[in-house]
Each structure stands twice: as structure tokens, then as C-alpha cells.
Design a protein around this ligand. Structure first.
Ligand SMILES: [Zn+2]
Length: 153
């Protein structure tokens, strides 16, 4: 028995077993070997190697593949997003460099400065959402800095 890789006139590839190479030639001549996909009897031995010569490689690569198992969600940021993130990081760095860290007494300090009990200066620190909202309602300009707490740890 011989296994042949075969190809039809529509470039479908398939494999088939034959008793011998003579048996294959006879069966092809009599139209007994047909393509399982399109039933064409115009079949020939496919070139076994190299596999990269297969014409269907192009379409296969163009088809989006199903996510592989264990794949993690990822994001690809475009240039604008990357630039924005870099700008935010820079701004945050500038704020850190130009402010005094007053920690949890932020709301106290901010209010005292607002009321003139302390000289005006730029401070950063921690406060609750409610405290921050109260400061803003009193006309004290506070700016949330997401991510600052992360770097502290
Ligand atoms: Zn075919």
C-alpha cells in the first residue's frame, strides 16, 4: 500500500491509499480517484515538499484565528494614547516635585491655607472623597491624582 498526497484541479489537497503506483495511475486514468471536496476526477500527485509552496497558506494567514487557550486580554495603545499617558506621567511627576506631601492632613492644611491661617503653597496628600468634595464646594481648588497612592506603596 502506498499513500499519496493528491491535489485536484481546484487545488484541494487530500490523501489516499493505493495498492501500488500502477494501481494509482490506472485508477486516475479511469476517473476513479475523485476529490472528496469537489468530486473532480482531475487529480494528480501533489508535490510533497516544500509545504510552504501550498497556495492556501495565504488565505489561512489572512483569516483571524480563534483565541488560543490561556490567552490574556491585551490592549494595543495607539500613538495618541501613549503620548497622553506619557504626558500624564510627566504632569504627575511635576506635581510631586513641586508640592509638599502633607499626607493625611491634606484637608486640614488646604482649609487653613484657604482661610489664611497658613501661607499659600502647593501641597499633596490623602483625603477622602467627601472631604475633597467639601473643599471644592468651599472654593478650594483640589485636583485628584489617581495613581499617586500606588507609588507610595
Ligand atoms: Zn477538489
Amino acid at each position: 500500500m502506498i499513500k499519496y498526497s493528491l491535489i485536484c484541479d481546484k487545488a484541494h489537497e487530500f490523501e489516499s491509499w493505493f495498492a501500488s503506483s500502477e494501481a494509482f495511475d490506472k485508477q486516475v486514468k479511469r476517473g476513479l480517484v475523485t476529490c472528496p471536496q469537489c468530486n473532480s476526477a482531475k487529480v494528480a500527485k501533489a508535490i510533497m515538499a516544500p509545504r510552504i509552496a501550498r497556495t492556501d497558506n495565504v488565505t489561512r494567514q489572512a483569516t483571524p484565528e480563534a483565541p488560543q487557550e490561556g490567552a490574556k486580554p491585551v490592549a494595543l495603545l495607539d500613538e495618541k494614547s501613549v503620548a497622553m499617558r506619557a504626558a500624564m506621567r510627566e504632569l504627575r511627576q511635576k506635581i510631586i516635585e513641586n508640592t509638599d506631601d502633607v499626607g493625611k492632613s491634606f484637608a486640614d492644611e488646604a482649609r487653613k491655607m484657604h482661610e489664611g491661617e497658613l501661607p499659600q503653597r502647593s501641597i499633596r496628600g490623602e483625603t477622602t472623597f467627601d472631604e475633597a468634595r467639601a473643599l471644592i464646594e468651599d472654593g478650594i481648588d483640589v485636583l485628584p491624582l489617581p495613581g499617586l497612592a500606588d507609588e507610595r506603596n
